[in-house]
Design a protein around this ligand. Structure first.
Ligand SMILES: NC(=O)c1ccc[n+]([C@@H]2O[C@H](COP(=O)([O-])OP(=O)(O)OC[C@H]3O[C@@H](n4cnc5c(N)ncnc54)[C@H](O)[C@@H]3O)[C@@H](O)[C@H]2O)c1
Ligand SMILES: [Zn+2]
Length: 317
């Protein structure tokens, strides 16, 4: 009989104990510690031996039940285990519902940086059930909004307006409002991925805020969450956009205001600038002394520019 291995983290295993035991027939649970630190090759190795002990075979299926961390680990494991097994992604955070569960990218972090090892491997299905957001801490709703706002800035002014007007409802986790945002983000991301699945060009637009955001995450030793780091990264990258005159100041102020409204600009423990500068050098999109960056031209659109390391480092003060 076909087996299902459900990969989840220890927070979710506690909250959804009963639900997880009934999710799939003939299933077993593999629990990893919650948090970015679990996105490592060590976890992949541990999970591999758990699967082997259960005689998990090529005809069996992995299920990711969790946020972006669990999705990234499970996707990578699925692409590697016995050279590829099917996997199903059930995202449980707003961030994973809006962004991480779609598009097939996965990865783990190494000493050298974020997502240094990874593949592009599509899930068999992505099952989005906003009911799981009921147990999600408010802080994680805010982190998810960072990626949703990112999508709005690069592609959809209407969604940006909608988010501005519905802040209270979002923070109250009103399900219909969140569903609208999740649906629209899914449409935007799918369209971008369909045009450049292998991430060779136009898909880089999704990386807006991430060159500096990833460096912030790493420099903080992953104490700053991905969503918040992306919001901070967007703040810095917008400063580059202002210096390059790609966008007007009034637009940048509006973006900064929306991040303030979701407490995504609150002071964070000081990140070492030295580490931050070093992190930029590890960016996957770097070519010699320039990085291909998408910068906004107005709310709802962005364009690619080759930005020198010097111009990036100028804003990191
Ligand atoms: N593959 C991609 O395309 C892609 C895109 C964006 C982000 N990411 C990655 O996603 C990761 C961030 O994902 P995340 O923000 O979902 O973080 P996460 O997976 O660490 O989850 C955040 C926290 O919420 C808890 N949690 C999750 N669901 C819950 C629920 N329903 N109820 C209660 N608690 C719950 C988790 O235990 C964890 O403590 C980063 O590693 C980032 O690099 C990947
Ligand atoms: Zn991201």
């Amino acid at each position: 009989m076909k087996q299902y291995a459900i990969i989840t983290d220890d927070n979710l295993a506690k909250i959804y104990k009963k639900e997880l035991s009934e999710l799939y027939p003939n299933s077993f649970l593999c629990v990893v510690r919650a948090g970015e630190k679990s996105k490592s090759l060590k976890t992949i190795e541990k999970l591999t031996s758990m699967l082997s002990k259960k005689n998990f075979s090529k005809s069996d299926t992995l299920v990711a039940f969790g946020g972006g961390v669990i999705g990234d680990i499970t996707g990578l494991l699925a692409s590697l285990y016995m050279r590829g097994v099917t996997f199903i992604n059930i995202p449980t955070t707003l961030l994973a519902m809006c962004d991480a569960s779609i598009g097939g990218k996965n990865g783990v972090d190494t000493e050298d940086g974020k997502n240094i090892l990874g593949t592009i491997y599509q899930p068999h299905a992505v099952i989005i059930q906003p009911k799981y957001l009921k147990s999600l801490p408010l802080k994680e709703i805010k982190n998810g909004m960072a990626e949703a706002i990112k999508m709005a800035i690069i592609k959809d002014k209407k969604m940006f307006n909608f988010i501005e007007q519905n802040r209270e409802k979002i923070l109250k986790k009103e399900i219909l409002t969140l569903k609208k945002i999740i649906t629209r983000c899914g449409e935007i991301k799918s369209e971008i991925v369909e045009n450049d699945e292998k991430d060779t060009g136009s898909r880089h637009i999704l990386n807006y805020g991430h060159t500096i955001g990833h460096a912030i995450e790493r420099a903080s030793n992953y104490t700053i969450e991905h969503g918040k780091a992306v919001a901070l990264g967007i703040g810095y990258e917008n400063q580059i956009a202002l210096n390059k005159k790609t966008i007007q100041k009034s637009e940048v102020d509006r973006i900064q205001k929306i991040f303030n409204d979701f407490a995504l600009t609150e002071k964070v423990k000081k990140v070492s600038m030295k580490k931050l500068h070093a992190g930029i050098l590890h960016d996957k999109k770097r070519k010699n002394d320039t990085i291909h960056l998408y910068l906004p031209t107005s709310i709802g659109s962005a364009q690619a520019y080759d930005i020198s390391l010097k111009d990036i480092q100028t804003v990191l003060v």
